[in-house]
Design a binder for this molecule. Structure first.
Ligand code: PMP
Ligand code: GLU
Length: 395
């Protein structure tokens, strides 16, 4: 059967499909070490799980308002006020089935066909496909090779009368780079001057290291009315399967997103909403422990990768990924098998070294590989040894 043109243009998610392939190989009994996962490997904290059980026992199992329960919206509003110094009314907040869903609805609500959407490279895979679905025109912004961040001059050069939106992901998936306050201020000034809108995906805001501070761009004067803040509980509270994300922004946009939800998903799962409310009102020590573990793993993986000849990467100060430049290995071969691009390299790594990682091309950057350190130190040691051994046999 023929499918509609709109879906023919959409690529499957490389991050999800590689993780699924690694899981399938493990199920077949293969000793695969996966550095592809974009999710914390910790269990969801007990207090959160208990709250969900309570919700079921109390019969909290029916439809809720499409845009989320009043209680969860209040918890989100308090979180944004307490942690980000931003004040939102309930009508300016919507709860969705994951941050991915909030992003989708925000892009669909803001982007007219042909509108130009600025996308800093490397970008998380889903942004591009969502822009395409909204019939927007993605305009890629090239990063500086050493820092993998986009300079303000690069953004200025890309502006045209059709520029409408910029997608900001801070901290970044896949690089782990955190924007400096000064850079954000420059961006905020440009956005105001050129009457643009920012979608600010802050889902990794709590997973930061080396004293990095994540400032929401919405906090700069005049920016709250030009920003849709996207966040969720998946990463911070290890709740990827619960599917709760949210957006906060100008009322007209949030209401438009609500209309999309009214006719697509209705409310996010009632039980998960109760769990998310618990997460957002719980003791921050829950998160602190996970961040400390991630930090240990980050240091370990950085140590290994820095010992691999000719590989470079910007020090990740957020999220749980390292985006490393392997371009000096392109053009080589492993046991006679050619390595022409990042996809071929990840396939060889999976087949020959049983390690899974994501090719840079999925994030718009050929020659790079994304490694997730959301896995045990034992796995990092084992997998990185395999990687070292693999590269030593490339010629
Ligand atoms: N934004 C970024 C940058 C991500 O890496 C993810 C991970 N899947 C999401 C949004 C979506 O998260 P979720 O839908 O699980 O809330
Ligand atoms: N965001 C994660 C990743 O980049 C999870 C997978 C996905 O939703 O794309 O790997």
């Amino acid at each position: 059967m023929q499918t509609a043109e709109r879906v023919k243009k959409i690529e499957p998610s490389a991050t999800l499909s590689i993780s699924a392939r690694a899981t399938a190989l493990k199920k077949e009994g293969k000793d695969v070490i996966s550095f592809s996962a974009g999710e914390p490997d910790f269990d969801t904290p007990l207090v959160i799980k208990e709250e969900a059980k309570r919700a079921i026992d109390e019969g909290f199992t029916k439809y809720t308002p499409t845009s989320g329960t009043a209680e969860l919206k209040e918890a989100i509003s308090k979180k944004l006020e307490r942690e980000n110094g931003l004040f939102y009314l309930p009508q300016e907040i919507i709860v969705s089935c994951g941050a991915k869903h909030s992003l989708f609805n925000a892009i669909l609500s803001l982007c007219n066909p042909g509108d130009e959407v600025l996308l800093p490279k490397p970008y998380w895979v889903t942004y591009l496909e969502q822009i395409k679905l909204a019939e927007g025109k993605p305009i890629f912004l090239e990063p500086s090779p050493s820092t993998l961040t986009v300079k303000i001059e690069e953004i200025k050069k890309a502006l045209t009368p059709r520029t409408r939106l910029l997608i900001l992901n801070n901290p970044s998936n896949p690089t782990g780079v955190v924007w400096e306050e000064e850079e954000l201020k420059e961006l905020a000034d440009l956005v105001k001057e050129r009457d643009l809108i920012i979608i600010s995906d802050e889902i990794y805001e709590h997973l930061v290291y080396d004293g990095a501070q994540v400032k929401s761009i919405a906090t700069f004067p005049g920016m709250k009315e030009r920003t849709i803040v996207i966040n969720g509980v998946s990463k911070t509270f290890s709740m990827t399967g619960w599917r709760i994300g949210y957006a906060a922004g100008p009322r007209e946009v949030i209401e438009a997103m609500g209309r999309l939800q009214d006719h697509s998903t209705s409310n996010p799962t009632s039980i998960s909403q109760r769990a998310a409310e618990k997460a957002l009102t719980s003791d921050p020590v829950l998160v602190k422990e996970m961040v400390e573990k991630f930090n240990e793993r980050r240091k370990l993986m950085m140590q290994y990768l820095s010992e691999i000849p000719s590989v470079t990467f910007p020090t990740p100060r957020g999220a749980f990924y390292i985006f490393a430049n392997f371009s000096s290995y392109l053009g080589k071969n492993y046991k006679g098998k050619p390595i022409n691009d990042s996809l071929q390299l990840t396939e060889l790594l999976l087949e020959e070294a049983q390690i899974a990682c994501v090719p840079g091309i999925a994030f718009g950057m050929e020659g790079y590989l994304r490694f997730s350190y959301a896995t045990s130190e034992k796995n990092i040691e084992k997998g990185m040894e395999r990687l070292k051994n693999f590269v030593s046999q490339t010629i």
